[in-house]
Design a binder for this molecule. Structure first.
Ligand code: FES
Ligand code: FES
Length: 163
């Protein structure tokens, strides 16, 4: 049996977005991409294994493929698009580009969200903490060195701005 919801609203990147006639079992990843047109979050494993679909849900980094969309009603959802309002890249996005941490780019949106989440909660992480925080985000291209260099760059620039 296919059960559909008439309509519900999600708070995405600071805006209220209507979701209409959706199947109750749709994942947040599916709704973001296919119903709301936010294609930044990527779907690969759809089993919580790769991190390409990472978004923030009430400030927590989550795999949106594992979240039932309708269960996110009333939560604040932040996607990679919300980190670059008006198309201006965030410092993390800029550092990824400058450090050559983007190759095929498939993992990049999830990593960008995960790095923002890490640095929001731990502005000066050790390398072990960086590796641990990003361990759920699989990158098959870069070997991670350039990704870690990008994180170090952001930490250094933010520290400089604070001092
Ligand atoms: S698509 Fe969600 S973790 Fe892989
Ligand atoms: S840049 Fe290709 S998977 Fe990470």
């Amino acid at each position: 049996m296919t059960e559909t919801t008439a309509f519900y609203e999600l708070n995405v990147n600071g805006s209220r977005r209507e979701v209409r006639d959706s199947w109750i079992g749709e994942s947040l990843l599916y709704v973001l991409r296919e119903r709301l047109g936010l294609m930044g979050s990527k779907g690969a494993c759809e089993q919580g294994e790769c991190g390409s679909c990472t978004v923030m849900l009430d400030g927590d980094a989550v795999c949106s493929c594992l979240v039932l969309s309708a269960s996110a009603v009333g939560s604040e959802i932040l996607t990679v698009e919300g980190l670059a309002p008006n198309g201006e890249p965030s410092d993390v996005q800029r550092a990824f580009v400058d450090q050559g941490a983007v190759q095929c780019g498939f993992c990049t949106p999830g990593l960008i969200v995960a790095v923002h989440h890490l640095l929001d909660n731990n502005p000066d992480p050790t390398m072990i903490e960086v590796k641990e925080a990003l361990s759920g985000n699989i990158c098959r291209c870069t070997g991670y060195g350039r990704i870690f260099a990008a994180v170090e760059t952001v930490v250094a620039v933010r520290k400089g701005a604070r001092s």
